[in-house]
Design a binder for this molecule. Structure first.
Ligand code: UDP
Length: 323
């Protein structure tokens, strides 16, 4: 692969994908409208084979020159974001995916869609295999994200079947690591920020709901393996090590050496009770599996958050303004 386009390049995963492709000698065109992404995530790429285009991919995408790979990552992805941005979330999953597919088709490029374990909704099958069709409430608050991604999978598959596009779909399970926002809203960044600030750690519901957390480096390695493969069916990528939310909160409090206490808050509507990827397909077809332990991954993430918390002080958003 010589030249890749990444939509959502200024986000958590998009920026790590850019790093990885640049390291492999690929040049990268990154697109982002900075709705939830941040220039701080890509500032270090200024002197590399990297070009940034500030653009909303729900409008036509135009990129000059050849493109070999399109990675479509643009979307709000934290539940608090897609609750606040329901229509942009639906539009980027639908119109944005259509435009990104159109770009790949026009350039004869491969295409990878960032899909999600949310396509399984509040799953009635556990762990989740790719053959499971899911249990999604289309009119619930999470429906804007879940259904947008389900539509995105359907149109991606249609481009593959009807236009012969070499399209891949990755269903990403909970992932964490450096460059998540301090107040991203998701469990791990929330808990780390709260623990480092000595604030109460907010566990929603009884904390017995489960998730399975994958470190960003493992995930990116899996995405690149999928992009380079001849696989066209959806592939789960995630770490099958399942734990309760209460357990991850305890692990973070102890890894940060914090004195924070756990407080209970109401469970959001339609919050999935369990989630664990079956990664047999990724193991078999890509030879991929995660190898970063939770202790190691949390250590690297906490180091990153420690430096950010120190700089961000107590601003309400807890965010760094781009410098
Ligand atoms: N959660 C929590 N406290 C928080 C943020 C999230 O208890 O401050 C819970 C949330 O209700 C869910 C789990 O942690 O059960 C994972 O939530 P997250 O927002 O990380 O992503 P999800 O897996 O729900 O998409």
């Amino acid at each position: 692969m010589q030249r890749a386009v990444i939509t959502g390049v200024a986000g958590f995963i998009g920026s790590h994908l850019a790093d990885s492709l640049l390291e492999r000698g690929c040049s990268v065109v990154g697109i982002d409208n900075l709705l939830t992404g941040s220039l701080a995530n890509i500032r270090h790429l200024r002197d590399r084979e990297f070009e940034f285009i500030e653009h909303d991919v729900t409008r036509d995408i135009s990129v000059a020159g050849p493109v070999d790979l399109v990675l479509h990552w643009a979307s709000p992805a934290s539940p608090v974001d897609y609750l606040e941005l329901p229509i942009p979330t639906l539009k980027v999953g639908a119109l944005g995916t259509h435009n990104a597919l159109g770009l790949a088709k026009a350039k004869g490029a491969r295409f990878v869609l960032a899909s999600t374990s949310e396509v399984y909704g509040d799953p009635l099958e556990h762990p989740q295999r790719e053959s499971y069709w899911g249990n999604v409430n289309p009119v619930g608050p999470r429906g804007v994200y879940d259904e947008a991604k389900r539509f995105a999978e359907a149109i991606t598959t249609a481009y593959h079947r009807y236009h012969g596009l070499d399209a891949k779909i990755v269903r990403i399970f909970n992932t964490y690591g450096p460059r998540m926002r301090l107040q991203d809203g998701r469990a791990i960044p929330n808990f780390i920020t709260q623990a480092l600030r000595g604030e109460d750690v907010t566990v929603y519901g009884d904390g017995e709901q489960t998730r399975s957390f994958c470190f960003i480096r493992d995930l990116v390695r899996g995405i690149i393996a999928l992009a380079e493969s001849d696989v066209n069916e959806p592939v789960n990528l995630g770490n099958p090590a399942e734990m309760t939310i209460r357990e991850i909160a305890d692990a973070i409090i102890s890894a940060t050496g914090s004195r924070s206490r756990i407080v209970r808050m109401p469970l959001p509507t339609d919050d999935p009770k369990v989630r664990q990827p079956d990664i047999t397909r990724a193991r078999t077809l890509l030879g991929w599996e995660p190898d970063v332990s939770l202790a190691e991954g949390l250590g690297m993430t906490i180091d990153y958050f420690r430096s950010r918390v120190a700089t961000a002080g107590t601003s309400p958003q807890g965010e760094l303004t781009p410098r």
